[in-house]
Design a protein. Structure first.
Length: 384
């Protein structure tokens, strides 16, 4: 066929296709909210009509025989019908998978866990979307479990705090009423006990404030190179005063060359809390061992008590706010409160504060049962 004839055929086909395409585009706009199956049918039908219309126009322009035109149109119509059927099958598969993904999305919105084995075989794109929905379901389930756990811990903490606040307040009220009515045989002793109860309340409020700063990320550290030997020695010296009359011995085996970059005040508080926890659960006459050493390139402070250990099922909860030891832990002697020690009562916040301070220093704190008690390990990065 000469080149001018080819150009004429191409132009005729182009104009016819553009005309049919414009009509099909208008129909698709009108059906933009219709099913994908209908839209695919419109596309395939437009392609078939465009091919047939182009053939008829070219045949009329080129004066082809009626027989040739009939054959060409028949071939185009058969191809169009087959294409329309295939498009219908493809559209049905896409619509079915789309509805399945919609159902999965609704279940995801309802908070259900999605199992990958429940889904039909998707195309690559829809399979990727299904995998993302499954991953989102897993993350949502984990977040819901964490939220439920945090809410349970919050309620438990509120219950413990309410109980611990009520006890000293009731004591202060009873003693103040006795003093007011003149029934106190030894007013000075009542004053000392009231002062002890007020100190206990003050410590509880201080612990709550410290924990709130840790949880909100508002804990500000003043980092400096400090000797772990000095920090632990000072903490042990402070605790020695609290062991008077309880026959608890604190033994220390410390390395003087371990240096960490830390906030001395907060680190001292963390170690004090570990020691106080050990005093709370170690019976009179039993030792508490404290050591400071390098372990796997990190500075480590270990506090070993003789409190009888913690049930394995509860070890993961030791550092939760408000958690307290159960029957396996030996309690402090009942005379502790009478001595006005810092560990009488308590709201179960000490170990939670230790964990928060350790994490603020890019460190970790852990616990494990040892023979006769527990071992708490506070590990921190060493100074550069």
């Amino acid at each position: 066929m000469p080149l001018p004839d080819l150009i004429d055929v191409a132009l005729i086909a182009l104009v016819t296709t553009l005309a049919v395409g414009a009509v099909a585009a208008a129909v698709l706009l009108l059906l933009r909210r219709a099913s994908l199956l209908v839209q695919l049918g419109v596309v395939v039908l437009a392609a078939t009509v465009s091919a047939v219309a182009s053939m008829i126009t070219v045949a009329n322009a080129m004066y082809l025989s009626q027989h040739d035109l009939t054959v060409a149109v028949s071939v185009a119509l058969v191809a169009g019908i087959v294409s329309l059927a295939l498009a219908g099958l493809l559209g049905w598969l896409i619509v079915r998978n789309s509805r399945a993904l919609s159902a999965v999305t609704r279940r995801l919105g309802a908070g259900e866990r999605i199992d990958p084995a429940e889904h039909p075989v998707y195309s690559a794109e829809l399979a990727a979307l299904a995998d993302e929905l499954v991953a989102a379901s897993i993350r949502l389930a984990e977040a819901q479990a964490q939220t439920a756990q945090a809410e349970a811990a919050r309620r438990e903490l509120v219950a413990w705090i309410s109980h611990d606040l009520r006890t000293p307040l009731a004591g202060i009220r009873a003693m103040s009423e006795s003093l007011e009515d003149g029934l106190a045989d030894d007013p000075q002793r009542y004053y000392r006990q009231m002062r002890s109860q007020v100190d206990q309340l003050s410590r509880m409020v201080d612990d709550l404030f410290e924990l709130s700063k840790i949880d909100s990320g508002a804990l500000q550290l003043t980092l400096e190179d400090v000797s772990l030997y000095d920090i632990v020695s000072d903490a042990v010296a402070d605790i020695q005063a609290l062991t008077a009359g309880r026959e608890i011995r604190v033994a220390s085996t410390l390395r003087p060359d371990v240096v960490v970059r830390a906030d001395a005040r907060e680190l001292t508080r963390a170690i004090n809390n570990l020691l106080v926890n050990a005093l709370q659960h170690t019976p009179a006459g039993s030792p508490i061992t404290v050591s400071a050493e390098l372990r796997d390139g990190r500075a480590s402070v270990s506090v070993i008590d003789s409190g009888g250990g913690i049930p394995e099922a509860d070890l993961a909860r030791v550092f939760d706010p408000g958690w307290r030891g159960e029957h396996a832990r030996t309690p402090t002697q009942p005379g502790a409160a009478a001595h006005g020690t810092a560990f009488s009562g308590g709201a179960g916040l000490g170990l939670a504060i230790v964990r928060g301070i350790a994490e603020a220093h890019n460190g970790v704190v852990s616990v494990q049962n040892v023979a006769g008690g527990c071992r708490f390990d506070l590990q921190l990065p060493t100074a550069a």
